[in-house]
Design a protein around this ligand. Structure first.
Ligand code: ATP
Ligand code: FE
Length: 331
């Protein structure tokens, strides 16, 4: 079995995965959303402190599995450096104490492997990753051949929901709240721009749309936003945010074919996005895969699933070599 640890942002999570069967034996996650909500976003120092409290508590529940472990896996990039350090430090200590090899896992690969938790692997597959920090399209041919096709120039899809929610004082994370408000709003009341509409490149940008929303809020805000204003802003913003992704995906598939398409990451919970992609995949004859909602946001089960593959090809690191990275350029 492999014990995996995840602490790249605001979820403390540990999982145990069986190597042979790839079965998830144990999984626990303690989320810090509530604690960060009052700040309208994740406060790194607070997050690190909460990981330091939560991770040992979860680990204690796993003690009985220790004799069965063959490796310790941990997310080492990308993420917040102070929170990644919490998981990596614990993993180093376990590796030393139990004399087990260490596996460093790319968190974004983890989001992709959330599709494969106790499920068939899907290769080849074109994957849209929409999370709090990333908006990417990845071509996954097999476990070792994954290529980045598109990414964002600035903010991510999920992050733009967080920022729009913060502007309207709606709390964190913004995605579910903005989505809920949007369901009650008029998506045609505000004409927010669809980013990079004219650009021939397959790339994303959310800062312009975010600023357009900010300006609209300031315009209305002199007398305070009504509940209807909030719902209309949410609906109109969401319409442009999703249209942007769909325009780029349509552009991409003008010159490319695929059998399988998948959406992963916390923001893949967005209903408007899911519906638009479902329709597109139907038109194109592509099979659409979604990870289970409980594995969409950060968790150690997906990290353990990646680690099983790395274990099989002896892709290990050492306590001297492992480092944390806030960003990564390649898969
Ligand atoms: P990363 O993996 O890039 O470091 P993360 O793991 O912190 O980021 P996730 O947990 O995958 O991000 O996703 C959280 C993000 O998803 C938040 O930005 C949140 O607002 C967004 N999100 C969640 N639900 C929805 C929704 N229904 N609509 C839009 N965005 C959503
Ligand atoms: Fe994540």
């Amino acid at each position: 079995m492999i014990l995996s640890i995840e602490s790249s942002c605001d979820d403390s999570s540990i999982a145990i995965t069986e190597i042979e069967t790839k079965k998830l034996i144990y999984h626990k996650k303690i989320s810090q959303e509530l604690q960060h909500s009052m700040y309208g976003g994740v406060v790194p120092e607070l997050a690190a402190r909460l990981h330091a409290e939560a991770l040992p508590k979860i680990l204690e529940e796993c003690k009985d599995y220790f004799p069965k472990l063959k490796a310790i896996a941990v997310t080492n990039a990308p993420g917040l450096s102070v929170t990644l350090m919490e998981g990596v430090t614990m993993a180093k200590a376990l590796s030393l104490a139990l004399d087990l090899p260490l596996i460093a896992v790319n968190h974004l690969k983890g989001h992709i492997y959330s599709l494969f938790i106790e499920k068939e692997e899907i290769f080849p597959c074109t994957i849209l990753l929409v999370s709090g920090g990333h908006t990417q399209i990845i071509e996954a041919k097999n476990h070792e051949n994954m290529r980045l096709l598109a990414t964002t120039l600035d903010d991510s899809f999920g992050e733009s929901f967080d920022k729009v929610a913060k502007m309207m004082g709606l709390g964190y994370p913004g995605g579910p709240i903005v989505q809920e408000k949007g369901l009650k709003g008029d998506e045609n009341r505000f004409d927010f721009p669809v980013p990079l509409r004219q650009s021939p490149n397959i790339e994303f940008s959310y800062s312009g749309l975010k600023n357009a929303v900010r300006m609209q809020i300031e315009k209305l805000g002199e007398n305070g936003l009504t509940e209807q204003d909030i719902c209309d802003i949410a609906a109109s913003f969401e319409k442009s945010a999703v249209a942007h992704i769909m325009q780029k995906i349509k552009k991409l598939f003008k010159t490319k074919n695929a059998k399988n398409f998948a959406i992963v990451g916390g923001a893949s919970a967005n209903i408007r996005l899911r519906t638009a992609i479902e329709e597109f995949c139907k038109q194109k004859g592509m099979k659409l895969y979604l990870s289970e909602l409980k594995y969409c946001s950060d968790n150690a089960a997906m990290i353990g699933r990646v680690a099983v593959e790395q274990y099989k090809r002896a892709d290990f690191t050492t306590i001297d070599d492992i480092d944390v990275k806030t960003r990564i350029k390649e898969f």
